[in-house]
Write a protein of this length. Structure first.
Length: 94
């Protein structure tokens, strides 16, 4: 059976090598985190633009809704007045 003798110096070299690798992994994760943060900021800006556009569309729809509502009330009122005048005319002529 093969037995390997590890000296303190050799063990320290291995631990230093492992620590260096973990440092490199940590650096790479930091870079990924930075890129994700940048992407998050870009997505947030785009959603802000979408929110602004949707608010503009909602405002236009509200304006159209109010116009339609006002027109329906005017037409309904006009129809009621016309109907009332028609009945009044029938009553007066008989």
């Amino acid at each position: 059976m093969y037995r390997m003798d590890w000296t303190d110096g050799r063990l320290q070299e291995r631990f230093d090598s492992i620590a260096h690798r973990f440092d490199e992994v940590g650096r790479r994760f930091d870079e990924v985190d930075r890129r994700i943060d940048e992407l998050d900021q870009r997505v947030d800006r785009r959603f802000d633009k979408v929110d602004t556009e949707l608010q503009r569309v909602n405002d236009r729809i509200d304006g159209v809704h109010q116009t339609i509502h006002r027109t329906m009330l005017q037409l309904g009122g006009g129809m009621l007045v016309t109907l009332a005048l028609g009945f009044l005319g029938v009553i007066v002529t008989h």
